[in-house]
Design a protein around this ligand. Structure first.
Ligand code: AMP
Length: 323
């Protein structure tokens, strides 16, 4: 059987550059070597999105984003998580295999508590649902940003435990894949780019807004003539992820020697990013403007995903003694 990769994005808030660099770009790069499963994590979003209209729109936005960046739906599988309710059954089976302490230590719960947000049982169960996402599709590799390492490790631990208890091959043990570049993209304020910090650079805004947002990136107070540290500067770090190596080397040099203001660096970042996003932006709007084409892709993906899920779930049910 071909090796499988799995990438999921939660449809909450605006899709941003961190999602693209941490998960979508590395996920799509695996299309050559893997049968790639991409899903919109709408069950996960239910822990925080309580408005049905908002959930529907955000879900379609994520699906269109994958396609806009080049997901080939004829060879790979794009689907809504909730189109495969088998994942909930596997979640229950897996939840019977782990002690509650694992979930108390989950970083989604911790982050919500630290921010003083109310959590629900869904937030607490998040790592089990994510383990079920990964294990249901017999995933070999899961490309994520470094913030998700812990969750993929929970999935690995559960799979190892289940295999020990119910026999080798009950579940496939996945590998986490974290790109060195793009593992933790900084946001406008220099902290990790995150919807919860409201510091994101959105992917699909028009060029005028994109430029405005880039101009808001926080810098230190060094003036135009001062030498600057490229490695601690958000603008430079983002520029380095999009520009050609020669241009990156030139900008690094200009930072180190002084004579270039942050405003110029931001303008250069805008140019390179806007160019990178121009064609995907057209594709994105095409998919959003043709809802029945998008539905066709998602329906076909759901059929394939569900067939794969059924195989795993039948195997697991039988091994644990459910039939
Ligand atoms: P989420 O938006 O939480 O569903 O995250 C979807 C994917 O984007 C996950 O693989 C995250 O690791 C990745 N991601 C989110 N924010 C960042 C960031 N600032 N840097 C790198 N990856 C990120």
């Amino acid at each position: 059987m071909a090796l499988r990769s799995l990438t999921g994005i939660k449809p909450t808030g605006e899709i941003h550059l961190g999602n693209y660099l941490g998960a979508i770009r590395p996920g799509l790069a695996l299309q050559d070597r893997y049968t790639a499963y991409y899903f919109v994590a709408d069950y996960h979003a239910l822990t925080s999105v309580m408005d049905p209209q908002e959930l529907r729109l955000a879900s379609r936005t994520i699906a269109a984003t994958f396609l806009a960046f080049g997901l080939d739906p004829s060879s790979h599988v794009l689907f809504m998580q909730s189109a495969v309710p088998e994942v909930c059954e596997l979640t229950w089976i897996l939840s019977c295999q782990i002690p509650p302490g694992v979930l108390d230590r989950g970083h989604a719960v911790k982050a919500a508590r630290d921010a003083g947000r109310d959590i629900n049982v869904g937030t607490w169960m998040y790592p089990v649902l994510m383990a079920a996402d990964i294990l249901l599709y017999d995933s070999d590799v899961v490309p994520v940003g470094s913030d998700q390492r812990q969750h993929v490790e929970v999935a690995r631990d559960i799979a190892i435990k289940v295999n020990h208890r119910y026999g080798d091959g009950t579940l496939r043990v996945p590998e986490v894949s974290i790109q060195e570049q793009g593992a933790a993209i900084p946001g406008l304020d220099g902290r990790k780019m995150s919807k919860s910090y409201q510091n994101v650079i959105g992917l699909w805004q028009n060029p005028k807004k994109l430029r405005k947002q880039i101009m808001r990136i926080v810098t230190d107070s060094r003036g135009v003539d001062d030498p600057k540290d490229p490695d601690s500067d958000t603008t430079f770090q983002l520029y380095a992820l999009f520009a050609e190596p020669e241009a990156v080397a030139d900008l690094r040099q200009a930072y180190l020697q002084g004579g270039l203001g942050y405003g110029h660096a931001k303008a250069a970042l805008f140019e390179v990013l806007n160019e990178h996003l121009a064609l995907p932006r057209d594709h994105f709007h095409h998919w959003m403007d043709h809802p029945s084409d998008l539905d066709d892709v998602l329906d076909a993906g759901a059929v394939r995903a569900r067939a794969a899920a059924r195989e795993t779930l039948d195997r697991v049910r039988s091994r644990v003694g459910l039939k």
